[in-house]
Design a protein around this ligand. Structure first.
Ligand code: ADP
Length: 164
């Protein structure tokens, strides 16, 4: 049986913290789908198309990783793509409560699914998409935090916004 996993998230934008999780999972499963969730309460900075483009460019050299997006419940998406493994990353204790609740809710809705948590690499323990946006907004350098395509898009986005 193919070990197919789904790594869902907002990826607004993708960071080296996400990419570290993606690379590590790609080494231990047959196929990984990185799936952008569209229906989250957060209002994203980047459009779905921009997030897809940045993710696709960032994972283009990893052969068993695919990028997709979904609307609605994650468990319905899992069933649609015939996957039973959900990947999530854990940074600080502050991630835990939310992740714990989500994993239990998904298990309730789809008992055959399993959520697997990967602990962040300590280098990226502090890194989040929100922090990257905050730094970029005020002109800070994000080149060690995100792939080049993301750094460029952040620069353009905030240059245009700050010019308004
Ligand atoms: P969501 O809005 O679903 O939390 P994110 O794009 O913010 O989506 O994150 C997707 C997943 O990646 C989450 O499980 C999050 O904890 C994890 N993640 C984010 N940043 C890091 C990081 N620096 N190290 C490890 N995991 C991370």
């Amino acid at each position: 049986m193919l070990r197919k996993a789904v790594y869902p998230g907002t990826f607004d934008p993708v960071t080296y913290g996400h990419l570290d999780i993606i690379k590590r999972v790609a080494n231990i499963c047959d196929k990984l789908i990185v799936a952008i969730a569209q229906n989250v309460a957060k209002v994203p900075l980047f459009t779905l198309e921009e997030r897809l483009e940045m993710l696709r460019e960032s994972v283009k050299d990893i052969k068993n990783v695919y990028v997709d997006h979904f609307d609605g419940l994650l468990v319905d998406y899992l069933k649609r793509v015939e996957a039973k493994i959900i990947i999530r990353g854990l940074r600080a204790v502050s991630d835990f409560e939310y992740e714990f609740q989500q994993a239990l809710a998904n298990k309730k809705l789809y008992p055959e699914c399993e959520t697997i948590f990967l602990v962040t690499d300590s280098k990226y323990a502090y890194l989040s998409s929100s922090m990257v946006k905050e730094i970029a907004k005020f002109g800070g350098c994000v080149k060690d935090l995100v792939p080049d395509i993301v750094a460029k898009k952040l620069y353009i986005k905030f240059r245009n916004e700050n010019a308004k």
